[in-house]
Design a protein around this ligand. Structure first.
Ligand SMILES: [Zn+2]
Ligand SMILES: [Zn+2]
Length: 193
């Protein structure tokens, strides 16, 4: 990685540093910070370095492939999801988060959180450069979804299938709709897997 000084090196943010402290990983995880710096050069003229975000792998992120806490200046990427996907997906996710960073860095307003006007403009700009594609929402392949949610329950009353990330019994998540759009009147779960 280049010798640029990021906020994480200058001013240890408790949360940010914990993840980004280990540049060498033992489990084939790509060097996220290096990748971030490279994409910054290629797609943002190196303009994001000044924004001072710390970038790292998130813990137990099974539901979103990446997120950015704009005011806290933290970007977190899910290894649990990306280890199951081709690397261009990881780059797409990084670029997505980097658009938020860019918008917030320049505008510092609520619109930076949205996926509307300015975000879409940036997305189109990056997709035009290629070869990587930024999307608004990831549609994870079914196979990946199943791997991320290996615990399967079935509703006895309506046969609805629920896939969960952990082994707990369905609780709040037990609300589900039946055909016609109404909520299932009598959720009752039996474990399939
Ligand atoms: Zn987003
Ligand atoms: Zn049901």
């Amino acid at each position: 990685m280049s010798g640029r000084v990021t906020r994480s090196q200058q001013l240890p943010l408790a949360e940010g540093l914990r993840f980004s402290k280990h540049p060498c990983t033992t489990d084939e995880r790509p060097d996220l910070r290096g990748l971030y710096g490279q994409l910054d050069q290629n797609y943002f003229d190196g303009g994001l370095a000044a924004a001072g975000y710390t970038i790292g792998w998130g813990r137990r992120m099974k539901k979103t492939s990446g997120y950015t806490d704009l005011p806290l200046r933290i970007v977190r990427i899910s290894w649990e999801i990306h280890r199951l996907l081709p690397e261009e997906e990881l780059i797409g996710t990084l670029l997505h988060e980097m658009i938020h960073v860019k918008l917030f860095h320049h505008r510092n307003d609520a619109d930076s959180f949205s996926h509307k006007g300015e975000f879409k403009k940036e997305m189109r700009r990056i997709n035009k450069i290629g070869p990587y594609r930024v999307v608004i929402h990831h549609n994870l392949p079914r196979k990946v979804l199943y791997q991320l949610r290996p615990y399967v329950w079935k509703c006895r009353s309506c046969k609805h299938i629920l896939r969960l990330t952990d082994s707990r019994k369905p609780g709040l998540k037990s609300f589900h709709r039946v055909r016609g759009g109404k909520g299932c009147a009598k959720p009752s779960w039996t474990k399939v897997k």
